[in-house]
Write a protein that binds this ligand. Structure first.
Ligand SMILES: NC(=O)c1ccc[n+]([C@@H]2O[C@H](COP(=O)([O-])OP(=O)(O)OC[C@H]3O[C@@H](n4cnc5c(N)ncnc54)[C@H](OP(=O)(O)O)[C@@H]3O)[C@@H](O)[C@H]2O)c1
Length: 244
């Protein structure tokens, strides 16, 4: 049955930024669909509070399985009959010198960070184009804007998302769909859990605002981008000025 509520897909919604985005959209009254490889207490609680999936839908999907990602998008469309917004958030932070990085890891990073985002956008657009309305937000990174030793492949995937954002925005703008990117600076999550205190201090020293950004900063930016039709094809760096 078709719902009156907004349906938002957020990839990688079990923890970190994805979890904060899921919670924000649920608090806003939207229906949220997300996937991750495994469940956790956050996902379990939402599912047990809503066993029929009236407001929350989760599937165990590995984002490097592109058929799985496509099927997930189609399942959401079949279930709720609409998709209003997509936030491509799932990502892996591949780190290491390029010469020391295996081709398998390179392939996995490209597939999750870039290809699955493209496949998910393509699938969601089927619903959005029919409605002539929608918003897509690609979560990129400050590493797409500035070079960092040891992050060549990760940076390449995140910079590619910016190209996707600009060209897709030109393509689907006439159909009422916005496409934007957020390029966050470093924020606390499992992805950066390996940073030492000295590395954190260095990042903060190099940040004009002298602080790492927070998931809330990025959630606020996503909420703003979802609320406006006037901004498309843009990248908002949410990084305390790190990329200046
Ligand atoms: N943290 C930072 O400083 C930072 C800075 C700039 C940009 N970003 C970007 O922000 C986004 C979120 O980062 P985060 O720090 O919140 O990451 P995180 O804490 O590592 O969380 C990643 C989320 O994605 C899911 N995920 C990871 N690999 C997956 C896969 N193969 N298939 C399906 N789901 C997968 C994880 O669940 P499972 O593990 O259960 O699959 C989890 O829900 C990423 O795109 C990242 O590149 C992060």
């Amino acid at each position: 049955m078709r719902t009156d509520k907004r349906v938002v897909i957020i990839s990688g919604g079990s923890r970190g930024l994805g979890q904060a985005l899921v919670q924000d959209r649920l608090d806003a009254g939207d229906i949220v669909a997300t996937f991750s490889r495994s469940s956790n207490s956050f996902i379990d609680q939402l599912r047990s509070a809503d066993p029929e999936g009236a407001r929350f839908h989760w599937e165990a999907i590995d984002g490097t399985d592109l058929d799985g990602v496509r099927t997930f998008g189609m399942n959401v469309l079949r279930r709720y009959k609409r998709i209003d917004a997509l936030i491509n958030n799932a990502g892996v932070g591949l780190e290491g010198l390029l010469t020391m990085t295996s081709e398998r890891d390179i392939h996995l990073a490209l597939t999750l960070n870039l290809e699955s985002a493209i496949v998910l956008a393509r699938t969601c657009l089927k619903g959005m184009l029919a409605e002539r309305r929608g918003s897509i937000i690609n979560i990129s990174s400050v590493n797409a804007l500035r070079g960092h030793k040891g992050l060549a492949v990760y940076s390449a995937t995140k910079a590619a998302l910016l190209g996707l954002t600009r060209s897709l925005a030109s393509e689907v703008g006439p159909q009422g769909i916005t496409v934007n990117a957020i390029a966050p600076g470093f924020f606390e999550s499992e992805m950066v859990g390996h940073l030492t205190d000295a590395q954190r201090a260095r990042i903060i020293r190099r940040t004009p605002m002298r602080a790492m950004c927070t998931t809330q900063d990025i959630v606020d930016t996503a909420r703003f981008l979802l609320s406006t039709r006037a901004i498309t094809g843009q990248t908002l760096a949410v990084d305390g000025g790190f990329s200046c």
